[in-house]
Design a protein around this ligand. Structure first.
Ligand code: PGA
Length: 250
């Protein structure tokens, strides 16, 4: 049985004050949703605050990005060993905003995935098609290409502890969610691709859905056999809503 993971991608939002309040709310409600694993992804500068607030709880944390390099002259970047210092459990790699706004190629994403594993942090690999790609009928080809770059570099064994997040770009922050049928189709496709290489690993890899997930649609999405949780953007900024999504997965 794969334990569901509900992860909050805060993106570039929050302040020290608002984060204290948000985490207090999440901590207070976490016991009610203990069947589900919770994790939050603050901007880098709040990592110390999040570590301090969540130490000793069952809630995990991580960041939204990391450098592919371990140290050196890379102004403005943050490396895997630094995340290790703050006891990050996970790190998001290849979010579509990184891919499109910051030009991260499949190969860069694969190297970031490797950099995370190197320091024992589980990567959450985001994949997903744009609206144009869906309309052209190339969703599976796009997802397969994104996945293949990582498989080529790291191999199927890397997916035992890694997490995949299927995030159709057209559903992110748009209020337009993939239907549970659309999402399940792609999740099953991803799992089949992994299973063709190693069925045991495929059975263990958690595949999250992301894209305008909220309490109102979480139940149906999380009931699908291959949807093992959610990567939540906007709705993760409110403790009540975030916990309600987790509740739907219990
Ligand atoms: P959203 O974002 O829930 O606000 O659509 C999801 C994500 O980008 O991870």
């Amino acid at each position: 049985m794969r334990r569901k993971l509900v992860a909050g991608n805060w993106k570039m939002n929050g302040s020290a004050d608002s984060i204290r309040g948000l985490l207090q709310g999440i901590r207070e409600g976490a016991a009610d949703v203990a069947a589900v694993e919770l994790a939050v992804f603050p901007p880098f500068v709040y990592l110390g605050l999040v570590e301090q607030q969540l130490s000793g709880t069952a809630i995990g944390w991580g960041t939204q990005n990391l450098s592919e390099h371990a140290s050196g002259a890379y102004t403005g970047e943050v490396a895997g060993p630094m995340l290790q210092d703050f006891r990050c459990k996970y790190v998001i790699v290849g979010h579509s905003e990184r891919r499109t706004l910051y030009g991260e190629s499949d190969q860069i994403v694969a190297r970031k995935f490797a950099a995370a594993r190197k320091v024992g942090i589980d990567p959450i690999l985001c994949v997903g098609e744009t609206l144009e790609e869906r309309e052209q009928g190339v969703t599976e080809a796009v997802v397969e290409r994104q996945l293949k770059a990582v498989l080529d570099l790291e191999g199927i064994g890397a997916f035992v502890d890694a997490v995949i997040a299927y995030e159709p770009v057209w559903a992110i922050g748009t209020g337009r969610t993939a239907t549970s049928v659309q999402a399940q189709e792609v999740h099953a496709f991803i799992r089949a691709k992994l299973a063709a290489l190693d069925p045991a690993v495929a059975g263990k890899t958690r595949i999250l859905y992301g894209g305008s997930m909220k309490a109102a649609n979480a139940g149906e999405l999380l009931a699908q056999p291959d949807i093992d949780g959610g990567l939540i953007g906007g709705a993760s900024l409110e403790a009540k809503e975030f916990l309600a999504i987790a509740k739907a997965g219990c």
